[in-house]
Design a protein. Structure first.
Lengths: 549, 239
């Protein structure tokens, strides 16, 4: 394939897309689908036919548009207007007005901070292309990065680019991507593997799901580039079984990529071969831990093993293995296309680029956002997020899921990057952000996350297996007003033991929600214990009168 | 051992020791008479890294590492008995005792139990975490052995010996977290197992009274500790 041939592929698809002067895109990611966006799409298609605009107007499905709170979302004429809360009945109006001004009744202002303040890199195609059509991806410079890597760059140059970009692993740990790639590249082994970790399990997080549903090709392309850089010819995507739509689209995308020659043998007529297989998770949270994930792919019980050796050295079936998260892979092709310097110019000193967050909880604009690193929490919650639901008072924002912590309002002006979040006892995590208002009880929140950890602990190591169960029991007693200050001391002691002696990340971070709520909301714990009261009115306190006779 | 195996030198508890590069910290420590407590580790079986009793401090690492699965490195400085580690080991052991119903006075392995002697070793005087008192079953369907889940610490020595040494893989583990249980075959009663060869290796590697021979009363169930080293030695000799 010559560069001209390759260019022709993109141009053909671009022309196909541009043949229609009017376009209606309907969001078909899971959140909008659950609000019947498919019906809206069908109705729009039949209205276009009925009103005789079949040759001028194209209706297509598209990936996540971000503002899930206002779904189903529809954009017209390449995002000239965005409509929210669209019902099938609105279809005829939308088609009627397609050549005219946007319909005021449905329109969501495009200049609202939710859209204006985002910088889209990993999500660059989300909402612009049809995830089920490879042509749409190719029309947007798709697979160009892979083609350029294979034809003009050495693997070490690709790795060097990742090092220069400053990209860090987006799964939560924030390990430098370039360093990881170069370790796997240098590791000696006849076979190497690339694994995409799509076992997104944090409560309230839906970044990976949205990306796979909206732009599966960018993950495939990222993985293929990674395969080329580290010298692997096989890839696995380990994806949760709970994501049927993402699985369906990813499967379709892999088939399309194979047919077009972007996966398989001799990709783009170069000596490089790479294929991708999908493995479904069966619902265990711990399988997001890399060694447990590898065990699960190998067909064994999904339990972690101590590291070192790290998978980069001893991974899948004992071979050097590169494991990155979905969002990390989604960032690869934009970095190759736009350059490492561009990526490194965004963000803070030690956390470069952008980060995708899933806004959930008591916030007006629930949805998916991508913001530059270093933005403040206040900007995310109050500007982009539109503040707290029902005008209530902000209490805390929870980042990093069951491994993270709750950040109170005094840290709202803190910059969001790996180091700052760690300093306040939370973590960046994979990007879940749960906003809580004054009606949330922090003891209850800690109890919820500890319940999650104890039921998701694999049971291999004693501190996590027994310690999390003990901590849950103690938190349960506190929330019921049955605990004493001695129980509080025990709880804090257990946090320390479990954190320092557990085998894997699940146990080592399980105490974080408890530690951070004790740190910032100690008075709430004391109110439950000493005054037998739940200040937020969430916990049911058992009133027990002890009669002395 | 091939001639290409390199030798590393490291420091364990202020002592300079030499080791083959394929050895773990625990192996080298034991060769040199440095005692590190273990529960799930058993020489002759694959390491598991689950009991966390063998954790050690390694200079330069901010995490405590399981010595049974950490390979030696040149110049490594290892501490096995710091106050911090001793404290954690004691807490861990207390967690074990709080998890299930370890009542020595009515246990067949009383006096022969590794969990019991470990408590003495780490100077555990009492359990200050709340006891969980679960209601667990006893599987006495097998004609020769008894599986008492109340005494199990989920070390999986039995699972490993059944799979790796006997080759039967009758025993395995089900569920997760606090609910993990040792099972026979596809979670059938042991007496109905088609694959169990009745070899009894599981019973003799079990550190507690979870696996015992039928008919043994309190304090009567001593375990044949030499069984596994003998088997592994004979196998090595016939390789």
């Amino acid at each position: 394939m010559t560069p001209e041939d390759f260019k022709k592929i993109g141009d053909t698809h671009r022309k196909k897309r541009e043949a229609f002067p009017y376009v209606i895109n309907v969001c078909t990611a899971a959140a909008c689908v659950s609000l019947q966006s498919e019906k809206v799409k069908d109705e729009l298609t039949s209205q276009v036919k009925e009103q005789g605009k079949k040759d001028v107007c194209r209706v297509s499905g598209t990936g996540c548009l971000g503002l899930c709170a206002s779904g189903p979302l529809v954009t017209v004429n390449n995002e000239q207007a965005l409509y929210g809360g669209v019902k099938p009945e609105d279809a005829s109006d939308i088609v009627k007005n397609i050549e005219k001004k946007p319909i005021k009744r449905l329109e969501i202002p495009a200049d609202m901070p939710f859209f204006a303040r985002q910088t889209k890199i990993a999500l660059e195609h989300c909402g612009k292309t049809d995830p089920e059509v490879i042509g749409d991806y190719l029309a947007m410079e798709g697979y160009e990065a892979l083609y350029n890597c294979l034809t003009t760059m050495e693997p070490v140059e690709v790795i060097d680019m990742m090092v220069k970009s400053g990209l860090r692993g987006r799964g939560g740990g924030g390990y430098p991507v370039g360093l990881k790639w170069s370790t796997v590249h240098k590791a000696v082994g006849a076979k190497k593997y690339v694994i995409c970790n799509a076992d997104e399990g944090d409560p309230g997080a839906f970044m990976d799901r949205s990306m796979l549903e909206s732009d599966p090709h960018s993950i495939i392309e990222g993985m293929a580039i990674a395969g080329y850089a580290v010298g692997a010819s096989h890839g696995y995507v380990y994806i949760r079984g709970e994501y049927p739509l993402a699985i369906k689209r990813l499967k379709a995308a892999i088939r399309q990529a194979e047919r077009q020659g972007f996966l398989g043998k001799n990709i783009c007529e170069t000596p490089f071969s790479f294929d991708i297989e999908i493995r479904l998770g069966a619902g265990a949270f711990v399988c997001g831990e890399e060694t447990a994930l590898i065990a699960s792919i190998e067909g064994r019980r999904g339990t972690p093993r101590p590291r070192p050796p790290y998978p980069a050295q001893f991974g899948l079936w004992g071979h050097p293995t590169l494991i990155n998260n979905v969002e990390t892979f989604a960032n690869i092709s934009p970095i190759v296309r736009k350059g490492a310097d561009y990526y490194a110019s965004i963000g803070t000193e030690r956390s470069k680029g952008t980060k995708v967050f899933a806004l959930a909880g008591s916030i007006v604009n629930t949805g998916l956002i991508e913001v530059p690193m270093g933005i403040t929490l206040r900007d995310i919650v109050f500007d982009i997020g539109g503040g707290i639901l029902g005008g209530r008072k902000f209490k805390a924002v929870q980042t990093g899921g069951p491994s993270g912590g709750c950040i109170p309002d005094e840290y709202l002006d803190m910059k969001v990057d790996y180091e700052s979040l760690a300093q306040v006892g939370s973590i960046m995590g994979s990007g879940g952000m749960i906003v809580m208002d004054e009606t949330s009880c922090m003891v209850d929140v800690a109890k919820y996350f500890m319940d999650f950890c104890q039921s998701e602990s694999c049971g291999k190591c004693a501190p996590c297996r027994v310690g999390t169960a003990q901590m849950y029991n103690l938190l349960n007693m506190i929330s019921q007003g049955k605990a004493t200050m001695h129980d509080m001391e025990l709880l804090e002691e257990l946090c320390d033991v479990v954190k320092n002696t557990s085998l894997c990340g699940l146990g080592q971070t399980a105490a974080n929600p408890v530690l951070s709520t004790i740190r910032f909301f100690r008075d709430e714990y004391l109110a439950h214990i000493n005054d037998k009261k739940c200040p937020a009115g969430v916990c049911t306190i058992e009133h027990k009168e002890v009669a002395v006779s | 051992m091939s001639s290409t195996v390199k030798i590393k030198t490291l420091t364990i508890d202020d002592r300079q020791v030499g080791a083959r590069e394929d050895q773990t910290i625990l192996e080298v420590a034991r060769e040199n008479g440095i005692k590190i407590p273990t529960l799930c580790y058993l020489k002759g079986l694959s390491p598991y890294g689950g009991c966390r009793m063998c954790i050690v401090e390694v200079a330069g690492s901010n995490k405590l590492l399981p010595s049974c699965m950490t390979a030696v490195e040149e110049g490594m400085v290892v501490s096995t008995q710091t106050e911090k580690i001793k404290k954690y080991r004691k807490s861990l052991l207390e967690l074990y005792f709080s998890e299930r119903n370890h009542v020595c006075s009515v246990c067949a392995t009383n006096g022969y139990c590794e969990l019991q002697s470990m408590a003495q070793k780490v100077e555990m005087t009492h359990v200050h975490f709340p006891y969980m008192y679960p209601h667990l079953e006893v599987d006495a369907t097998h004609e020769r052995f008894v599986l008492d889940h109340n005494r199990c610490i989920a070390c999986t020595r039995c699972v490993r010996v059944c799979d790796e040494i006997e080759g039967a893989h009758t025993l395995d583990i089900k569920d997760r977290g606090i609910n993990v249980r040792i099972i026979t075959d596809l979670d059938q009663p042991w007496g109905e197992s088609d694959t169990c060869t009745q070899c009894g290796k599981c019973v003799h590697v079990c550190p507690t009274g979870a696996l015992i021979e039928r008919g043994k009363s309190v304090g009567e169930m001593s375990k044949r500790k030499q069984l596994l080293p003998y088997l592994t030695k004979m196998r090595e000799a016939h390789k």
